[in-house]
Design a protein around this ligand. Structure first.
Ligand code: RP5
Length: 163
């Protein structure tokens, strides 16, 4: 979406099952985003083009999800001054530990804010993006407060046998 403050990028269509949770969370908070498939390995030219123009294109934050040898968040961060939040996608071979380690272990100098493996990381990347954007957006700050209040209210006081 043109003018969206958040870009959600992912290495493959197969990552969307995870990254859609970031999208849904942004939608729930009324934050516009643009979701794209950008592979560091399979579409390197697309990655360079996206990352180098992301700031000029109006994005404020990039959420990057990838699995396995997950170069995407780090390579993106190397080519943009925007904050990059990395989401390790749960891989089949190593349950996402490969994704986590390859995203989180950035050498000093180029940061990637790394979230948890899988859905939790995708949701939290969106919430973190919202918290950053809310620093300069009072209406969003209120929506984020309300989202957290609703979450608190949805937690039962006692456990139930019904799942
Ligand atoms: C990575 O390879 C992607 O981020 C994805 O998590 C992983 C597997 O991709 P597919 O083989 O499912 O397309 O680049």
């Amino acid at each position: 979406m043109a003018g969206a403050p958040v870009a959600i990028i992912m290495g493959s269509q197969s990552d969307w099952a995870t990254m859609r949770h970031a999208a849904e969370t942004l939608e729930a908070l009324g934050i516009a985003f643009d979701a794209r498939i950008v592979s560091a390995h399979r579409t390197p030219d697309r990655l360079v083009s996206f990352a180098k123009s992301a700031k000029a294109d109006g994005f404020k934050i990039i959420i990057a999800g990838a699995g396995g040898a997950a170069h995407l968040p780090g390579m993106t961060a190397a080519m943009t001054p925007l904050p990059v939040f990395g989401v390790p996608v749960e891989s089949k071979a190593l349950s996402g530990q490969d994704s986590l380690l390859s995203i989180v272990q950035m050498p000093a100098g180029i940061p990637v804010g790394t979230l948890a493996i899988g859905r939790a990381g995708a949701v939290n990347a969106a919430l973190l993006a919202a918290a950053v954007l809310a620093l300069h957006d009072e209406a969003l700050s209120t929506r984020l407060d309300n989202w957290r209040t609703r979450q608190s209210e949805s937690v039962a006081e006692r456990p139930s046998n019904e799942s």
